[in-house]
Design a protein around this ligand. Sequence first.
Ligand SMILES: Cc1cc2nc3c(=O)[nH]c(=O)nc-3n(C[C@H](O)[C@H](O)[C@H](O)COP(=O)(O)OP(=O)(O)OC[C@H]3O[C@@H](n4cnc5c(N)ncnc54)[C@H](O)[C@@H]3O)c2cc1C
Length: 473
Amino acid sequence: MARERFFLELTPPVEAMRQWPHVVILGGGFAGVKAAHALRNQPVRVTLIDKRNFNLFQPLLYQVAAGLVAESDVATPLRGLMENAGNVQVLLGEVVDLDLEAREVVFNDRRYRYDQLIVATGSGSSYFGHDEWREQAPPMKILEHADEIRRRLLTALEEAEQTPDVERRRFLQSVVIIGGGPSGCELAGSLSDLSRHSLRRFFRQVDPDHSRIVLVDPGDRLLRAMDPRLSEAAEGYLKRRGVELLLGGRVQAIEPGKVTVSVKGAEGSEPETRVLEAATICWTAGVRASHLGKLLAERSGCTVDRGGRVVVEPDFSIPGHPEIRVIGDLCSYSHTVDGNQLPGMAGPAVQMGSWVAQDMLARLQGQTMAPFRWLDFGSMAVIGPMFAVADLRGLRVTGALGWLLWGVAHLGFMPAMENRASLLVKWMWTIARGQRASLLITGKPNQHMNVEVGLDAVKALEEQPSQAAVPAL
Ligand SMILES: Cc1cc2nc3c(=O)[nH]c(=O)nc-3n(C[C@H](O)[C@H](O)[C@H](O)COP(=O)(O)OP(=O)(O)OC[C@H]3O[C@@H](n4cnc5c(N)ncnc54)[C@H](O)[C@@H]3O)c2cc1C
């Protein structure tokens, strides 16, 4: 395989650039993009490699799934983001191997040398050893997953509009969401709003009162990472909007149109088995680190935790390799004041990207940075239109004020101005008119997988079990 200094050969840079150290960043998510931005127009050559050509704002994926906003509102092309960074080159490709001795990354059947490597390839979804459930219950991790959830939901409703059988219509209007964290709650809230408002206006036969949304979680409360009072507020809001909460519920099996759940009984009693029938099933329950974590461990002997995250040093390097930093969801960082591991969230990822880039630049000048300190601004979840819960360093906010803070924070985090503007307009439109801008059924019905839920497709599925799979990330 040819060994190249790609950046130099492709576009001969100015003379001075030839001497600059080459920083390769793997992954253009929150952490990688922040690191690239912090290195922009500095005396380093940067190559940003991602298998997608866009940065994805995952916290708003549920809005794509629920038809509130379009794909392009939550994704920004990486080339656009690096437009004003003359020293940053963006390359499209999936990194499949690392040669730590030669300091090379392997992708697109080529090898590229680095002086410094930042690995920020994030995380994917986990089905806790039941990958066979993926097909029936797509996760919500990449854009195609959100598209697929929306497609299943809307095709089921289209079929309900044409179905005289009331029981079948109830089935087609039922959704089961597994996982009562922020994503599950946000999706449940948004879908209940869709049922109550949009269905009434857009459909003639579908009866919104026949819609059923069930949120299943094994814990005894939703949003377990937040203060119990916020969980209570979120639960109350969802219940008032007709969402059924199945707390203490562990999924035992997922089959086409059916979820079997074992529900914790009262003290001393046996768990009860419940079967939930629904045309649309979504999975927001588990996370596993990108496979590059395991690969790094194999190549370097570094440790990964149970979730596949790379255990890093205080400066995010791995033992014996000060030139390699692992940041974002892929790292397990416990060098905090209280010794607790940093959460897999956008805030820590961005702060890590910024600190690591600055530390690299400081070292190049023979200086040292102050140790990394994470500033915890808190966490939030939007449960419905104009209703969010926010835990801001002990300050707990619910309702419209929470929603306002949530909106400001999310727009602030959104990397492109154009997306901020389009999101703001769509949110305002939805609040003012109760309409959803992006209720589109896109792609051929079986483009993504052979699991069909609407327009007679379940019948076809029962006759011919599917072979295809939901994209794995
Ligand atoms: C549905 C959902 C909702 C969320 N909501 C919130 C929220 O409200 N608040 C919050 O703080 N956090 C939230 N998070 C978590 C947050 O999105 C993540 O913590 C954050 O994205 C992590 O950033 P990252 O840069 O480490 O990884 P990512 O943003 O996942 O980026 C990883 C990048 O690496 C690329 N990549 C992966 N493998 C390879 C490879 N082999 N070769 C090349 N490129 C590769 C991917 O294409 C991707 O662009 C949410 C996550 C999800 C899924």
